[in-house]
Design a protein around this ligand. Structure first.
Ligand code: BTN
Length: 253
């Protein structure tokens, strides 16, 4: 029904109207050994998960809430590369379906006109240094109106409808996103992270700017120099010291 043109990604689709979180179902399926490329999609999540233990607002029929299972043979420390890969694929899918110009805020928020329209949550299952599965959760705000967002999000969040003024077909966006994901994943398996990194940097919003990165117990303010080959953000503070940031919330100063 999605009219997919992909080979493995989205070949098996688990669709449910209402779930707690597609991420949770994807973890269960991954444990059961389902094939790579299996996708979980829902119309609504009642406890959608965001990064850094936050919740993710996922109202019925207005967005895309999906989790993809991959099983790459890469070491654990390279898994963040897949998050960046997913962000590029989704940005491309937005360009394929709208006239909007998406930008990526490290590591994987997609902004349109400086407002967040997409969030990506990557989790993995691994034993020692062997990845068992990587679960990429993608939440896309598609057809929400501003008043559909909780008040505290209205300044920072948006949807493709709000930004483009047009109702967007969710199935077309899913189809494009899966197509782009497969193309980039194939490229990644063949040529490594370099081409993905270059693409990611072409969408990056914060490189060269001074940003504030807040982690659980630390805040670093510095100029964003770029990302490493592992997908780690490099920040240079005012003393010239370069910090590697693995996971944080960033704010552009
Ligand atoms: C973020 O904090 O920006 C990441 C949000 C990720 C939300 C998606 S929606 C589909 C999948 N299932 C979840 O519970 N979360 C992710």
């Amino acid at each position: 029904q999605l009219g997919l043109e992909t080979r493995t990604i989205g070949k098996m689709i688990h669709y449910q109207e209402t779930v707690e979180s597609t991420q949770k179902i994807a973890h269960q399926l991954a444990n059961e050994g389902v094939q790579e490329g299996t996708l979980v999609v829902a119309e609504e999540q009642i406890s959608g998960k965001g990064r850094l233990m936050r919740s993710w607002h996922s109202p019925k029929y207005s967005g895309i809430w999906m989790s993809l299972i991959l099983r790459p043979k890469i070491p654990v420390h390279e898994a963040p590369q897949l998050t960046l890969l997913a962000a590029v694929a989704v940005a491309q899918a937005i360009e394929d379906t709208t006239a909007l110009k998406p930008q990526i805020k490290w590591p994987n928020d997609i902004l349109v006109n400086r407002k967040k329209v997409v969030g990506i949550l990557t989790e993995m299952q691994a034993e020692s240094d062997r990845i068992h599965s990587v679960i990429i959760g993608i939440g896309m705000n598609i057809n929400q109106q501003l008043e559909d967002f909780p008040e505290e999000l209205q300044e920072k969040a948006s949807s493709l409808l709000i930004e483009s003024g047009e109702t967007i077909s969710r199935s077309t966006v899913i189809q494009r996103a899966l197509y782009r994901l497969e193309k980039l994943y194939d490229l990644y398996l063949k040529e490594g992270f370099k081409p993905i990194k270059d693409l990611w940097e072409s969408y990056a919003i914060s490189l060269g700017q001074v940003i504030r990165a807040s982690t659980v117990n630390d805040t670093i303010v510095g100029k964003a120099l770029g990302i490493t080959d592992a997908g780690v953000l490099l920040l240079e503070d005012d003393k010239g010291k370069v910090h590697s940031v693995y996971s944080a919330d960033i704010e552009i100063q």
